[in-house]
Design a protein around this ligand. Sequence first.
Ligand code: NAG
Ligand code: NAG
Length: 803
Amino acid sequence: MVTGSTIYWRLRLVTTPQEAQYLTIATMSRIAGVFCCLILSVVAAGAETQGQSSYIVHVAPAHAPRSSRPRLLVRAYTSFLRDTLPASIWHPAPRVLYSYAHAATGFAARLTKVQAAHLESQPSVLAVVPDEMLQPHTTLTPSFLGLSDSSGLLPASSGAKDVVIGLIDSGVYPKNRASFVADPSLGQPPSKFRGSCVTNPSFNASLYCNNKLVGAKYFLDGYEAATGPLDETQESRSPLDTEGHGTHTASTAAGSAAPDASFFNYAKGRATGMAPGARITAYKACWKNGCTDSDILAAFDAAIADGVDVISFSIGANGQAPKFYRDSTAIGTFRAVRKGIVVSASAGNAGPGEFTAVNIAPWILTVGASTVNRQFPATVVLGNGETFTGTSIYAGVPLPESKIPLVYGGDVGSRFCEAGKLIARLVAGKIVLCEPGVNARAGKGEAVKLAGGAGAILAGTKEFGEQALTSAHVLPATAITFPDAERVKRYISTQTRPVATIVFDGTVIGKTPSSPRMASFSSRGPNLHAPMILKPDVTAPGVDILAAWTGESSPSGLDSDKRRVQYNIISGTSMSCPHVSGIAALLRQAHPDWSPAAIKSALMTTASNMDNSREIIKDMSTGKASTPFMRGAGHVDPNRALDPGLVYDAGADDYISFLCALGFTTEQISVFATDGLAADCSKRSRVSAGDFNYPAFSVVFRSTNEQITQRRVVRNVGSNNVGVTYTANITVPAGVRVTVKPQKLQFTATQQTQEYEVTFATQRVASVTEKYSFGSVVWSDGEHMVTSPVAIILPAASQVAVM
Ligand SMILES: *[C@@H]1O[C@H](CO)[C@@H](O)[C@H](O)[C@H]1NC(C)=O
Ligand SMILES: *[C@@H]1O[C@H](CO)[C@@H](O)[C@H](O)[C@H]1NC(C)=O
């Protein structure tokens, strides 16, 4: 049956030699083949030319030149450098790559280490941060999210036609893509939008840009400075997406309805973005090997100047989240949020370990990834009759029903099934079982095919538990879970003539397994830098998502794969993020007066913790109930977010006070604070970081006899505004006592605010050996349920919760 629209974004496959190399040396063990891109981010952006590398220089606002013209600013910063750097260290001469006026105050430049150090020592300079290379973090159905043309958020917001969503990503591929065709009912973009499409021989704006795709720009200076001149036989010096990720995310967020979308009949149905009326503007800052901070910051700068309403950011730091004041994403997003722009960002694909979430500043809407009720089963049938259901979107000629010989990669030259290592004589005509790691998943299938193999079975990693990862294989292949692979291995090792076949079952939509379930790869909390702020914030569909794809590269990411597709099916928090961006756009249109924090609050307090079997959403890595450190406040529920009852609001001043409470210095805070915001913490009333008005509670206990109070303010945004009373209902986490004061909140008018406080106290039972425990605070007026998750970090864990 029709699946509704599907959209997806997946993580990029590891295809380039650099990436493959990085994977080998770094975290490959935790990367289950597919998710390479996200996780492996870092190719250092610092290719050094003449001892120079790229830095982002944050300049104290009082010393910053002012101009609305970027070219004049670049010139002014060049003079600034000339005035600031002594002649003795001037050579090789620095080169300014970008000036920043909106997303940050300062510039990016090529500098020597000595020049950078000298600048950092100047009072006029707040920070000099090496430019790092980040990586894109790689949909399902509006119907799964309850979006309907006839009722709820979608009609209430007219599809968000007055809203512009900016996607900072790998560009957009609009050629012959239904997702980027402007519906005739769409008028001109809103007049406050000042963006535009660049036009050049590779990207003809008059052909591609319309009332749907209203802007397209690209940012390349930081990338070229780091990696050398762009290889234009491989990539396009234009906003054109030659990779696929940006096209996928853009169509997920706001793609026009495409009536008959599928990937070779998989996931067939009507595909539409979450906000089908919203306008798309693409800021291409990601290239073959990643995205540099300097290009990303330039993209934020342009998006703020262009007047977008929502920014969708499916990109993340590689490895640990950087400290807020050294994190270009935290800085650019702060400036955007201050301008009223909602920023939704992917949490990362570095799960299932704790403290892996990135994009974790409190002003960012941080999105984890979970499954939908759709699967692509491809079942391994062994000679002894055992069957193991895997997952695959292989689209070619299937294997014969009769079973054929089955071998283990480790017995035929390469347990990882690496190209050139498999021994053709031992592989020909057989199915090969491959271990995860080292090379990309589709690459394992390709290697087996090259060696003359007939099929492949890809084993999952132990830490991914119940999750196997879907790929667009180039030969009959499926991926099975780690425990299932262990049994297949045992079968191989105990049989003299092991045989098997793989049966491809196409697209199956149903109630089992339960959905949503948290993806094993979805990055998790606690928050590395501010453990009192729960992260991620919410979860949304990010596993096996169908959405538009580029015509310039294959769906598998393999160069040898000559297929070109309109739609592709991929996975990652990169895919869940634009779902939430699109939903935020709908809320922005429905409630033009809501701040980014209010929109975020509405999404969080109405999110669902339950799956379709009425149990707590499960975690695929363990098969057990997930926690708020995985799912945040839960799975977004767009229709309920339209009418949340109460919101927890916050603005730029609150964020600065929060940074003060974290103990940041004035200099560090000045990187965020712009005109009108006092960066001097001594001039602000002292607050505790735990009092930051977040729609969730995360409480860090350092001893077994401690009491912590957190304060909150809620605003009545309910339509029922006269004499409404909300009552608190607490689900108490194990190991603590919880009291709420007052227990009732009365509102006599809409927009009225009320304060309350929650006191958490550790119980003096020494028996609590758990690191974490969880509960909730729910305010209800009988009509709305305003739910906040509670996460308790117990003393056994708080030593790790570094701050
Ligand atoms: C761009 O497309 C327009 C409309 O089809 C066409 O008239 C124009 O010649 C094209 N420009 C270039 C540079 O190809
Ligand atoms: C409080 O929440 C619990 C758990 O969800 C529920 O069983 C109970 O009925 C609620 N109590 C009130 C007074 O709403």
